[in-house]
Design a protein around this ligand. Sequence first.
Ligand code: ADP
Ligand code: ZN
Ligand code: MG
Length: 480
Amino acid sequence: MRYEPVIGLEVHAQLQTRTKLFCGCRTTFGLDPNTQTCPVCLGLPGALPVINEKAVELAIRTGLALHCTIRRLNRFARKNYFYPDLPKGYQISQYEEPICEHGWLEVSVNGTWKRVRIRRAHLEEDAGKTIHMEHVTSSLVDLNRAGTPLLEIVTEPDLQSSEEVVAYLKALRDILRYLDVCDGNMEQGSLRCEPNLSLRPVGSSQLGTKVELKNINSFKFVKDAIDYEIARQTRVLEEGGTIQQETRLWDWDRGKTVVMRGKEEAHDYRYFPDPDLVPVHVSEDWIAQVEATLPELPQARQRRLMTQYGLPEYDASVLTSERALADYFEACVALFPDAKTVSHFVMGELLREVKQTGGSVEASPVTPAHLAELLKLVESGVISLKVARELFPELYATGKSPAQVVEEKGLQQISDEGMLRSWIEEVLRTNPNQVAQYCRGKETVLGFFVGQVMKASGGKANPQKVNELLRQVLAAWKEA
Ligand code: ADP
Ligand code: ZN
Ligand code: MG
């Protein structure tokens, strides 16, 4: 019997609010342990939570971008469990009345589009962090993160492979970033992904028993963990065994998943409406206001870049992966309309420098105006494309204007005919064999001559001009 995987995802996105979900403590990452706490997020008796309006707005923003219905009346519920990093003994979450429901997101996998249904997206608070140190018998708890707002985005079990999951996650992360809702950093844990995975016989429409995977903090681990788990479950079933419903951890060191805990069901959490919080009313006006501030989203922008500038799909998808990058590209094209050339420089030179220096596109010392200026120097023949490429790192390092640097360094191409002719004649004189070959009809030696002339000029001769003149001079020699 052959089996097919069925996968649904729970993604936790940390919302970019200044303060926590129910108190005024800061959400800044990496501060000294237990310095960003108060009676509310420490769960002290009698402390009362108050909802952070900005977090609700970010949830609405995300819900609209994901084509969800926004619940006009939504409520918080307590999810009860005990763990040392959860001082209240319950997590404030949403259960029966989540703020967003019934949305979808389309992802492209190997050139085909697939619609992934989104079951719900709800607000909840994060727990603290337990720190286990090697060779120390006690564990430490840092409650700075306790109470940080999360949006949990849950799909229907619509995904079928690790490639689809990664494509979905990337698309979702890009959207969250465009929206300024979440920074999407998986390594720091501001975007966390928990795949639920089961197998079923090919052709069956019934769902098998699922396993939930945790502890995955990079796209690579998402892929590795899912591929491993598909292979593991297949083996168990083929050997006549059954899958246990459980939560498993991805152990990246050993490259396998290991059991964390057994089956748990909703009723284990004894959900009930939180009596300390009033229901949240979302008015039509509020939704309309949020909708009016939505930016053009990555997929729509990708399609527009393809039609408006004639870019290939690949270029358009790279350029729109980040809002700042697409902004940069469009600002530059407005000044220098050869989109293909701009796109090459942005994807090649610019992204390489940004990556190597750990910088950001927004703060690029080579502004869109600088890049346009550089490309105009190429277009008007002042410098070659090669020189423009070579110059880019220096422009990036110094932030100087391209025209100024070209002037300072004397990088202008030499197009002066007299100069070029003297180099050409010199090259032809010293290579009589190749000239004879050319006269016998071997056109390919032309490239050799161009190379020699370029060398003689220290790389500064205008190659196009050299080509033209070479043909003229050779024609004259042939006749003579
Ligand atoms: P739980 O209560 O254990 O969190 P849910 O039914 O709420 O389970 O679903 C959580 C996630 O698991 C959802 O993304 C859902 O699509 C997915 N899921 C549910 N059942 C299965 C299954 N049998 N196989 C794969 N994924 C599943
Ligand atoms: Zn607090
Ligand atoms: Mg779950």
